[in-house]
Unconditional design. Structure first.
Length: 430
């Protein structure tokens, strides 16, 4: 029986697009045999035709204007690798789905912002919108939730979703070097973009959390999320964490409590002996907590051309097999809309660091302020600085309501003996 032929267009030929182009050409027979369908790359397009690339493009494959692909009747699958939530990427993906073409994308920003609208168009036109590569690269978490964990009711999903920030924090820890030095190193090694702000400020993780939330809880995308990055974590915090038996990780969390969805991204202290503490470098790890499976952990490379291509080929293969699936696992008519919870209503143990003037009565006043705001102290470390005039007070609290901790820090920030804004890092006890 003759295999069905799917014509593919790749739009965007950066590192990932070029790697994918070569991979598909070199592994064409193997991929076709595994999926009982053949494919052909009929068109490619990118912003700069003359850029040096390690790929051989035939003259009739090149499109000078990416929008031309929307009118090509012989294109079945469009792979969007432009990036960005708006602009060309948005026009391309919306246009492709409206023209009844399957879409594969690695664009987390686009899916987290417009996923609900895009899924409605895809469902209406009976085409696939695939985005495995948008979340954690080579970690097959999207398909795992959609298919492998389909029997489970997921209560919580969390983990390390960004390789750049994880590399920065683990390198600071192991090599005892500053945040700025580590960032420069990450850029040099290709683990971070020239502008790493999206990774460092938590926006990259936030986009992934939103996508994982709606898949895990069969809901529409919730835009409300608490986001903190890692730029304020310094060597002193890393050293203190080690003394106290912790490691610092930038983590994303999503859970449903009392019919509200709580989404958050922030630096987190995790027990040194925990699994997540050992996930170092550019690795990602996703922990799914559900019934009947319990805790399920999936770990792997979070980014880079090879890991992303692995996810893209998985999505392409899904389309080659001929099944049209709902983008978010169930029909839009069945998805739920949760109200959003606030992080201030959650309970945490916390790490608080105060830089203070080293004088009589300061520690007494600090502990009194915590007590007045209903925050119980579990442990205190006091480290005098070399000049002897100032010192650092590190406090680990018992589980307390986040709003009470925030109120405590706000009160302390106004005290005359406080030198810098109080530092807060939440502790993950699960």
């Amino acid at each position: 029986m003759k295999k069905k032929l799917y014509n593919i267009a790749i739009i965007g030929l950066g590192n990932i697009g070029s790697y994918l182009f070569n991979f598909l050409n070199k592994n064409k027979d193997n991929i076709s045999n595994k999926n009982n369908a053949s494919f052909k790359i009929v068109f490619v397009s990118a912003k700069n035709k003359n850029k040096k690339r390690n790929i051989k493009i035939k003259k009739d494959q090149w499109l000078s204007d990416y929008k031309q692909v929307l009118k090509k009747k012989n294109v079945d699958i469009i792979i969007e690798l432009i990036g960005g939530a708006d602009g060309p990427a948005k026009q391309l993906v919306f246009g492709a789905l409206k023209n009844k073409k399957h879409v594969v994308t690695a664009n987390k920003a686009l899916i987290s912002k417009y996923g609900d609208e895009l899924s409605k168009i895809a469902e209406k036109n009976k085409v696939n919108l695939e985005y495995e590569a948008a979340v954690c690269g080579g970690v097959p978490i999207i398909r795992s939730i959609k298919e492998g964990l389909i029997a489970n009711k997921i209560n919580r999903i969390y983990g390390i979703f960004n390789g750049t920030s994880n590399y920065v924090l683990s390198t600071m820890d192991k090599n005892n070097i500053s945040f700025n030095e580590t960032i420069k190193q990450a850029i040099k090694l290709g683990y971070a973009e020239a502008d790493p702000s999206s990774d460092i400020n938590g926006d990259d993780v936030a986009a992934k959390v939103k996508i994982l939330s709606c898949l895990s809880f069969n809901s529409f995308i919730s835009k409300n999320i608490h986001v903190e990055g890692i730029k304020d974590v310094n060597e002193e915090d890393i050293i203190n964490a080690n003394k106290l038996g912790y490691k610092i990780k930038l983590m994303g969390f999503s859970e449903v409590l009392n019919n509200k969805i709580f989404q958050r991204v922030h630096p987190t202290l995790v027990d040194k002996t925990s699994y997540i503490a050992g996930v170092d470098g550019v690795l990602n790890a996703v922990i799914v907590d559900g019934k009947p499976i319990g805790k399920n952990i999936i770990q792997g490379e979070g980014a880079g051309p090879s890991a992303t291509t692995s996810a893209l080929v998985s999505d392409i293969s899904s389309i080659l097999r001929g099944n049209v699936k709902f983008p978010f696992a169930i029909s839009n008519t069945k998805r739920k809309k949760f109200s959003s919870g606030k992080i201030t209503d959650l309970f945490f143990s916390s790490y608080v660091r105060l830089n203070v003037k080293d004088k009589y009565g300061v520690l007494t006043d600090v502990t009194k302020t915590f007590s007045n705001n209903k925050v119980s102290i579990k442990r205190v470390l006091q480290n005098p600085y070399k000049n002897k005039k100032n010192s650092s007070i590190v406090i680990i609290t018992h589980r307390s309501k986040d709003s009470h901790i925030q109120k405590t820090l706000k009160t302390l920030a106004k005290k005359s003996y406080i030198i810098q804004k109080p530092k807060l890092l939440r502790i993950e006890n699960s």
